[in-house]
Ligand binder design. Sequence first.
Ligand SMILES: [Zn+2]
Ligand SMILES: [Zn+2]
Length: 404
Amino acid sequence: TNISSTEDSFFDRQERIDWWEQDKLKNATILVVGAGAIGNETLKNLALLGVGNILITDFDDISKSNLSRTVLFKKGDEGKRKAQTAAERIKEMALSDDFKVNYFEGDVVWELGTGVYRHVDIVLGCLDNVETRIAVNKQCYLAGTPWIDAGIYELGLRINFYQPPHAPCYQCSLSPNQWQAARERYSCDDFKKQVVSEGKIPTVQIASALVGALQVQEAIKFLCGQEVPVGKQIYYQGKTNDFDVFDMPDNPDCWAHQASYDEIISLDLDTDILLKDFLKEISKAENSGEGATLDFRGDRTFVKNMSCRTCQKQIEFYRPSFRIFDYESHCEECRSEGENSTENQTPAPKETVGQFNLEKTEERLLNFSLKELGIPILHVVAVQDTEGKHKYYELTGDKKKLFS
Ligand SMILES: [Zn+2]
Ligand SMILES: [Zn+2]
């Protein structure tokens, strides 16, 4: 498509850079994970530069202390949703009439499927925690989509460029402390802690402005086919004005950058479909055939029930573990009597299910939607046939919910 003459004049100065390709930015789709301090800067840059399609994810509300670091939010926005508010503000800011911005409010770790990463050109990580970075990294390598991680501390900042299938990836160099930090949100039962002490790091708006600029600069270079710092960290320390580019360490034992799909089959189905209807569809001869089994492959756990930690009475859940809170490991009666300890060291025995099939799965679960079972939006699911062979299906019917 040609750029209209109006847009041409909006972007006249940047188009004077000889390698610049405004059309590529206009046609690009970028996923921005996190709409906090860094995300605000990154999103503002993308909108002004004329990037055409943006998907924003964030699960948080705007708080008072965000406002000194967030160019898209203003006084009075406290309590509003970050992703939605950021989407509205960059929509106002974008110069192109057919600019598209969508947002997703959910837990990126558990609720954003691999297919989302397959349908974008690049992912920009504007995050403040290890757990979400691990999840984004894994999905990007599965999807074959590059991502740029950004981080700040005081006046220090860094970006890291990862391009599948090339090592190193984010997971290659994680320390035991970082792995520990990635578990912070969970109890020993893998249930979500109701109260998580938030890591409040010392940081300032000027650091997020600098890192957001650097991150978007590299994304633009990538989209325009310029050389990018694959496998490198770009680092700047404002206190001393040290600037450096490092090679990141590669870890041959890291599985995250070695995981990929040979083939993904696109199905025009979405996560609202009932399990029984999904199983009928994949049991067709042209898919995985009669007896096909939806297989979580240890990726997530659906918990039917467990015994109360206090009185051993059966507690019924019928929920994926990431939708259960730690305090729920005591039954309601025991909780009403004041039992609320969540400091357990060993997981309690549970009845879980990770494989679903028309013959063996109970009627009650067959009437659950895939979403209720804990399958993320636009996910790629594994299905095993009766000979034990796996095929991978994308729930492409969800695409219109995120990219419209
Ligand atoms: Zn790796
Ligand atoms: Zn009890």
